[in-house]
Design a binder for this molecule. Sequence first.
Ligand SMILES: [Zn+2]
Length: 364
Amino acid sequence: MKKYRSYKYLIKPSEEQKEKIKKIFAYVRIVHNLYVCDVKEGRNINRLAKEILPIYIKGNPKLKEVDTSALMNKLFQLQESKDKLSYAHKKQINSYTTSNLYIGNGTIIYKGDYVNLPMLKDVEIINHRPLMENSRICKATIKKDNLDKYYISILVSYEWINPKNKLDLENSIGLDYSSPNFYVDNNGYSPDKTRFYYDIEKRVTKLHKILDSCERGSNNYKRCKEKIAKIYKKCANQRNDFLHKESKRIADKYDIVCVEDIDMVDMSHKLNLAKRTYDNSYGSFITLLKYKLEEQGKILEKVKRQYPSSRICHICNHEYKELTINDREWVCPNCHNKLDRDINAAINIRKEGIRQLSCRRAFG
Ligand SMILES: [Zn+2]
């Protein structure tokens, strides 16, 4: 089975390469705006991208000066989102995607400390982890962030062979989403540090106040804005790092991971936890976990949304309907055991996940 994976690296283009990237961004923007006009006026709508691009180039011969694959990819992307397209003209575009056209060795060649790209030639990359062996480069996206740093995401395809491990139902874990602790597992474990935004909030609020008092466009204003962007970036990096490491740790250790099938957007509205839920990025965590498990032939089992994991006593199965959102601990009226809300829920999620899985296996 063919699978895809993407690798992101910081790149250090030379001044000359930066100028070329800038030019590609600008021309991608021209294509974007031409297409938006076409859609608005009902032109070229049913044509293929490869038919549209020559029309644009005919009207703007300078478009030929840049990597045409970048322009083509922009068109593909716009065609895909045609129905959601905003008719406003783009003022700036800071990314482009180029495809690997397998001509000779290909148009994108990964060389470890350099990556060869159309138009740019060898661009230095900070190679923190090598591309997977025996993978094939499909495309690369070059991006510039608001701190003027450049990144490349390389998408590779590879042939995945299901390891077909015999999965051990006992080697499973249940995770209950917890707003302050990220998650609580059925053994009562929670990761230590998960509230990254919380830590920087005070500093950012203070800097925003300073920013408001600065004259717009002044040097102080720019400096302050950059400082804020740097803090946000660092916070996002830390959070990403955490999500990757934590999901890898769990995926390596367990065969089956059971979670609730929760709607994060709905959850944050309902509980007025928007900021913290956002801070947690539990949704991205589950996505990462799923893919890291599946890669090893393991399973992420989502427990049905209707299942009342918090209200059921895991010892005697009594459903305590009177449980409120504020009860962190409760005593089961049936068996009189004292239960911790989150651990009890995690135990139930694990049990229910295994039950769902066994049912499916028995019938299919
Ligand atoms: Zn009970």
